[in-house]
Design a protein around this ligand. Structure first.
Ligand SMILES: [Ca+2]
Ligand SMILES: [Ca+2]
Length: 134
């Protein structure tokens, strides 16, 4: 059984809000299998933590992501027997800095389980295009 990124070259605008990775399971439908999806910084800088605070002015809670460009992923993804495709999403952070196109990588790695799984097209590159230029 194989799990792969459907698209290994993903281009998003900084203001897009969310980036989606489509994971596809092919070559057989036996058994639940797990893979790990992990992001690694390139020129784009991720964050692994958030904090929240309450704004009495807005009467709302505000979630702050102190990273600069996107929220990192380090998740185990389980495909059930019948599942062929899954989408993993994370946040792209819209700052107000004028920047070049920045990139980060997402990796798929197999997790040993009852059913063997291999990964193909296991590296996806996300390019974030700045939206603060003139
Ligand atoms: Ca911006
Ligand atoms: Ca920017």
């Amino acid at each position: 059984m194989n799990v792969s990124f459907a698209d290994v070259n993903i281009r998003v605008a900084e203001g897009v809000g969310i980036v989606s990775f489509t994971l596809q399971k092919t070559a057989g439908a036996v058994g639940p299998v797990s893979v790990q999806i992990t992001t690694v910084d390139g020129t784009a800088t991720g964050t692994r933590y958030h904090f929240s605070l309450y704004s009495s002015v807005l009467d709302k809670r505000i979630i702050i992501c102190p990273g600069e460009d996107y929220v990192s992923i380090n998740e185990t993804v389980l495909f059930e027997i019948e599942e062929r495709e899954m989408i993993v999403q994370t946040l792209i952070l819209d700052n107000s800095l004028l920047e070049d196109v920045e990139e980060f990588l997402a990796f798929l790695t197999p997790i040993a389980g009852a059913f063997p799984v291999a990964v193909q097209n296991s590296i996806a590159v996300v390019s974030i295009t700045d939206n603060d230029g003139k």
